[in-house]
Every structure is written in C-alpha cells, then in structure tokens.
Design a protein around this ligand. Structure first.
Ligand code: ADP
Ligand code: ADP
Length: 235
C-alpha cells in the first residue's frame, strides 16, 4: 500500500465567481522510504498539492488515500486524527515558540495528542528526535540562541517526534543561507537513508536534486516524473 496515493486529483479554487484550476488530474503514489521532490515555477500548484496531501484542504475531484484510507467524506475530527497520526510538517518558517526550550518545543505536540503518551515515552521520543537531527546538545537552549539552520533542525525534530508516516516539507531552506541550507538538506537525506519517507516542495532545482524521485509541475499538471533508477517514466 502506498503511504500516499492520489488518483486523478484536481483542485479548483473558487473566489468571487472566478475559478482557478490549481491542479488538474494529478496521479502520484509515494511509498515507504521514498524521497520525492515536487518542483516547478511559482504558481504551478506546489503549495496546493502539499496542503491537499497534508489534509489541510479538500480535493475538488479524484481520490486521495493515506495509508490506504480513503479521505473522502471524512469529518473534520477524523481528518485531524489522520493528520496527527500520519503527517509531519516542516515549513520555511520554523514556527518555534521563543519562550520554550528546544526540548519543550519538540515535546509540545506530543503533550497535546489525542492518545496521551506517558512522560517517559515523551522524553524518549524527544531525545531520539533531537539526536536524529544532531541537535541534542542544545536541548536546553531557547530558539533565539540558535542559528537558523539549528532552528530548522529543531522544527524537523518536532515533526519526527510524532513518528509520522511521511514528512511533508515546504521550501525548508527558504529562510537559510546556503551553508545552513545545505546542512538541512544533508539531514533530510540522512533521515531518508534511515527510512523516513519524505515529500518536499521546492522551486530550487539544486535542492530538488537531493531527492530520489522528481515530480515536475507546470500549470497544475505533472510535466514529468523521474527517479534515480528509471531515467524517465511518465505518469
Ligand atoms: P506554488 O506553490 O507552486 O507557487 P500554489 O499552489 O500556491 O502554487 O498556487 C497554484 C494556483 O492556485 C495559483 O494560480 C494561485 O494563484 C492559485 N491559488 C492558490 N491558493 C489559492 C486560494 N486560496 N484561492 C484562490 N486561488 C489560489
Ligand atoms: P551551525 O552550528 O548550525 O553551523 P553557526 O555556525 O551559525 O551554526 O553557529 C555556531 C554557534 O553560534 C551555534 O552553536 C549557535 O548556538 C550560535 N549562534 C548562531 N547564530 C546565532 C544567533 N543568531 N544568535 C545566537 N546564537 C547564535
């Protein structure tokens, strides 16, 4: 079963009687262990695709399954549950809370989970996530005592601590200089080598190259898909 399976997915935004066809007939399957980069110029539908995959917005037509579960006609609570269970988000902005330590920032979503975890489970998960991104030595620092690259690693740890089925990553290097950007990309690549499934959206072809599979969008349609093994196969 694919982690994520989109079949003929379209998204149409309607505002003030104007229709925008943001995505048209997208077919995309992401399997455990994949690292997919979705790239394309501004306005091609990258953010829309990520928000559909992250259950932040509804598809207009087609079918979207996550871990084999059809997401159509589920109520908001069930969608929120699926999102918490399966999705880890990483954004361009780190969205860390300045008043909390690194440790507490990573622990916070675990504390507010539907199914409560024991304190020792939380501690274990947070420490493991912090070492996965090599920031455990800064657990007691506040976010503003860290470099941008370190803050993004904390944000990655926060996503990992939820033990999601997939990391959805949106322009992770957008706020970073190239040195810190490269370091964050290296961390994502090493997480993927250890088995983490990743789908990343970027307009930067250089960073897309870190992924194992490439999906190129143009005007809301898949222009090309490519993996390391197969040179090219069109969806
Ligand atoms: P990208 O992330 O590749 O820049 P987007 O997914 O943000 O592209 O946008 C795809 C298209 O959908 C664009 O034409 C954009 O203007 C439009 N769009 C995005 N969000 C909305 C919205 N909330 N309402 C109306 N149109 C939208
Ligand atoms: P990295 O270790 O990710 O390459 P830097 O070389 O930018 O990060 O930072 C080295 C050290 O300086 C870090 O351990 C960090 O704690 C500290 N530091 C970096 N930037 C800032 C900042 N803007 N404010 C406070 N401390 C910082």
């Amino acid at each position: 079963t694919p982690v994520i399976e989109l079949t003929n997915v379209s998204k149409v935004y309607v505002s003030e009687n104007v229709e925008t066809h943001a995505l048209t007939n997208i077919n995309l399957s992401i399997y455990k262990g994949d690292y997919v980069a979705i790239s394309g110029p501004s306005g091609c539908g990258k953010s829309t695709l990520l928000s559909l995959m992250g259950l932040l917005d509804d598809i207009s037509s087609g079918s979207y399954k996550i871990e084999g579960v059809d997401t159509q006609s589920l109520d908001a609570d069930t969608l929120a549950e699926l999102r918490n269970l399966h999705i880890g988000f990483i954004f361009q902005s780190f969205n860390l809370i300045d008043e909390l330590s690194v440790f507490d920032n990573v622990a916070l979503p675990l504390i507010y989970r539907e199914q409560p975890l024991s304190q020792s489970d939380i501690t274990q998960r947070v420490n493991r996530a912090l070492s996965q991104v090599e920031i455990d030595h800064r657990a007691n620092h506040k976010p503003n005592q860290l470099s941008g690259g370190q803050q993004q690693r904390v944000a990655i740890a926060r996503a990992l601590a939820g033990e999601p089925s997939i990391l959805l990553v949106d322009e992770p290097t957008g706020n970073l200089d190239s040195k810190n950007g490269d370091a964050v990309m290296a961390i994502l690549a090493s997480l993927n080598e250890q088995g983490t499934t990743i789908c990343m959206v970027t307009h930067d072809p250089r960073y897309a190259g870190y992924a194992k599979q490439q999906v190129k969008l143009l005007d809301g349609e898949v222009l090309q898909t490519q993996s390391e093994v197969n040179d090219s196969d069109n969806v």
